[in-house]
Design a protein around this ligand. Structure first.
Ligand code: KIV
Ligand code: NA
Length: 274
């Protein structure tokens, strides 16, 4: 299977071919997402919440993003990988933004970066694009600004959102994520832009959809019910039940069984040692 390019993604918008995007943060998740045929893997800074257990994405570091991107890149060799620039690693001056971006590309192995913000970061987006780095914008509910936004709320400022979306397109972004925006606003932005608009909680008209791995799998994601999420499996319950069975087997000495034991007679080895 051939890795998609930003040209392919633009063509998908033109041909009304929906773009599927899912987050992944490690090797097995990336491998499974690729095997399942996902178009884009996002190494989101949501890893702060769902993998590292923080309340917000604010504590996530550049090193965290590089570390997880490397694992994802090893698992999904044929998939287009976008990595989030974390809080305060951009928007603080062109030079440091470029240096931080370069580290995620070189050390992490991402194919593109995602930045939160609109008009206020357009100049930096343009600098990244000129340096050869594909940029995905992210507007609407931008979780790195949760305190400035006074919580995780649906964004309804139509004119401001349109202005931000256009500024990102003009700056050279190849796509924009719209998060928690009303369906009519998302629809008009999707129509207005020639680059793909990928929605999360932004309705049915977007060119693509993105969700968080742990949310669609109910993999120990926070028990807040998110209206815009659809769950496709309950992996959390499966894992907890399996571990309970293991604990039970150890306590009752049902495990290890005879078949799991190395006897004195034969020279047995096991294939995978860590
Ligand atoms: O970090 C993330 O997972 C994201 C998506 C929810 C868009 O930014
Ligand atoms: Na993010």
């Amino acid at each position: 299977r051939k890795r998609l390019t930003i040209a392919d993604l633009k063509k998908m918008k033109q041909e009304k071919n929906r773009i599927s995007m899912l987050t992944a943060y490690d090797y097995p998740a990336a491998k499974l997402a690729e095997e399942a045929g996902i178009d884009i893997i996002l190494v989101g800074d949501s890893l702060g919440n769902v993998v590292l257990g923080y309340d917000t994405t604010i504590p996530v570091t550049l090193e965290d993003m590089i570390y997880h991107t490397r694992a994802v890149a090893r698992g999904a060799v044929h998939t287009f990988i976008v990595t989030d620039m974390p809080f305060m690693t951009y928007g603080i001056g062109r030079e440091s933004t470029l240096r931080n971006a370069a580290r995620i590309m070189q050390e992490g192995g991402a194919h593109a970066l995602k930045l939160e913000g609109g008009t206020e970061i357009a100049a930096e987006v343009s600098a990244l694009v000129k340096a050869g780095i594909p940029v995905m914008g992210h507007i609407g509910l931008t979780p790195q600004s949760v305190h400035q936004l006074s919580g995780y709320k649906v964004q309804r400022e139509a004119r401001k959102l349109m202005e931000d979306a256009k500024a990102l397109e003009e700056a050279g972004a190849f796509a924009v994520v719209l998060e928690m925006v009303t369906e009519p606003i998302a629809e008009s932005i999707t129509k207005e832009l020639s680059i793909p608009v990928i929605g999360i909680g932004a309705g049915r008209s977007c060119d693509g959809q993105v969700l968080v791995y742990h949310d669609i799998l109910q993999y120990s994601s926070p028990y807040i019910s998110k209206k815009f999420v659809k769950t496709y499996a309950d992996i959390g319950t499966t894992i907890r039940d399996a571990i309970e069975s293991y604990v039970h087997d150890v306590k009752t000495e049902a495990f290890p069984a005879e078949s799991n034991v190395f006897g004195a007679a034969k020279q047995e080895t096991t294939e995978h040692l860590y």
